[in-house]
Design a protein around this ligand. Structure first.
Ligand code: UGA
Length: 436
């Protein structure tokens, strides 16, 4: 099959490279010439484990190419994926669909044969209908169908999520759309990945409902963590105790500094906008958004508390380990580290930080932070060490070395990487999350 992937960002690039790896012929398109030129030299615009190798091997195999010319890329394509960004619109939280509609118009103008147009970007309910209208209004003489196919990739695990998905969701309104999508995903069909065919609007909503549910699960356990601290309980055990109930499930019950990233914050807001537009409030998600926002700054206060409160903290130095919103990515979008660093700076605390991949993107967001070359360099002379992101590099720190380098053996572990009893044994004043 021939596939055109319009938008060579995170989703487009991972999906394009994986489709090529299945044996399809894929062209990844982007209007950013510099990005295309870099991709042709196998320089990835994002950090994702295994992606550069996957792209290189499929380029070598002749199945994956790059182009800045949409017209030639969609020529003869059976499926044209729209995988451009849908950022939160400034001011109102609505998903900004400018790029999706621009691409739809261009596809309408340049279509040269029958094709299925697939929205892979996360788009609000009804966007597929709008894309269909745009294509109809373009007056194209060619047969087309508009299909929704949301992606469920996690950053840092995107390639395995794509190749071994829990499910594939396809929202189509006619048999032509369903038929082509069956062929596109046939290699996964053979792997027995469940494919769920739904209506287009349903499929669009599944994406938002899934992310909002996961954000709710995280926020629930975060509030339980706060309660655990008050009543003297351990949230790790609470999570295990409820997670073993199959109806609840143990995943996404890890208490921490609040969810961040490019998806949950944006998608929960967009869902609330849709709910508002259709006068059908989703109050649980409203609460989740509020609780998560306030949690990030509350984590800054937690650190200040461990430094002896506002008075004690002023003039002290903290080592922040981890800045990205989660490990195995360089993504800083809505990372709790931003609010935590800001709260510490406001309190007159000096910050040295280390992150394996995130420092280039983080530095301009927190100019008052000194970026360092290793965890130990950040820890040198620090009055407290804060683990903000659970990178593997911080899971087995040399605790004796930490104690020698730091001014005081104070560890605030916002990801519950360490065991409180072990840390007490090692002579640390340890604060976790929800470990009363
Ligand atoms: C999320 C979803 O997990 C994907 O299924 C979805 O495709 C993607 O959004 C998207 O819409 O594109 P991602 O944002 O990459 O993926 O990251 P997650 O691994 O889901 O983590 C999101 C945030 O929740 C992180 O800040 C993480 O630290 C936090 N989290 C996650 C917790 O605090 N506790 C948990 O138990 C799990």
């Amino acid at each position: 099959m021939k596939i055109a992937m319009v938008g060579s960002g995170y989703v487009g690039l991972v999906s394009g490279a994986c489709f090529a790896d299945f044996g399809h012929e894929v062209v990844c398109v982007d209007k950013d010439d510099a990005k295309i030129a870099a991709l042709e030299k196998n320089i990835m615009p994002i950090y994702e484990p295994g992606l550069a190798e996957l792209v290189a091997s499929n380029v070598r195999g002749g199945r994956l190419t790059f182009s800045n010319d949409l017209g030639s890329a969609i020529k003869g394509a059976d499926a044209i994926f729209i995988a451009v960004g849908t950022p939160s619109r400034r001011g109102d939280g609505h998903a900004d669909l400018t790029f999706v509609y621009q691409v739809a118009r261009e596809i309408g103008e340049k279509l040269s044969g029958p094709a299925v147009v697939v929205t892979k970007s996360t788009v609000p309910v009804g966007t597929g209908d709008a894309v269909e209208r745009i294509l109809t209004e373009s007056g194209t003489p060619h047969r087309f169908a508009v299909v929704s196919n949301p992606e469920f990739l996690r950053e840092g695990a995107a390639i395995s999520d794509f190749k071994r998905p829990d499910r594939i969701v396809i929202g189509a309104e006619d048999e032509f759309g369903r038929e082509v999508m069956r062929d596109v995903y046939r290699p996964l069909f053979l792997n027995k990945a469940p494919i769920l065919f739904t209506g287009r609007r349903t499929s669009e909503l599944i994406k938002y409902a899934g992310n909002a549910f996961l954000a709710t699960k995280i926020t629930f356990i975060n509030e339980m963590a706060d309660l655990c601290e008050r009543v003297g309980a351990d949230v790790q055990d609470v999570a295990r105790g409820i997670g073993l109930d199959n109806r609840i499930g143990s995943k996404f019950l890890h208490a921490g500094p609040g969810y961040g990233g490019s998806c949950f914050p944006k998608d929960t807001l967009a869902l609330l906008k849709t709910a508002e537009d259709f006068d059908s409030p989703v109050r649980i998600v409203e609460a989740v958004v509020k609780v998560n926002d306030s949690r990030k700054r509350a984590m800054g206060r937690k650190v200040i508390e461990a430094l002896g409160g506002a008075e004690g903290a002023r003039g002290k130095k903290v080592a922040m380990l981890g800045l990205t919103f989660k490990p195995n990515t360089d993504d800083m979008r809505d990372s709790p580290a931003i609010a935590i660093a800001q709260a510490l700076d406001d309190a007159g605390v000096a910050i040295a930080a280390y992150d394996p991949e995130g420092m280039d993107l983080a530095a301009p967001m927190m100019p008052f932070v000194t970026m360092t070359g290793s965890p130990y360099e950040a820890i040198e002379g620090a009055d407290a060490v804060v683990i903000v992101t659970e990178w593997d590099a911080f899971r087995a720190l040399d605790l004796d070395r930490v104690k020698t380098l730091a001014k005081a053996p104070v560890l605030i572990d916002l990801r519950n990487v360490y065991d409180p009893a072990d840390m007490a044994q090692a002579g640390f004043a340890y604060t976790g999350v929800g470990r009363g």
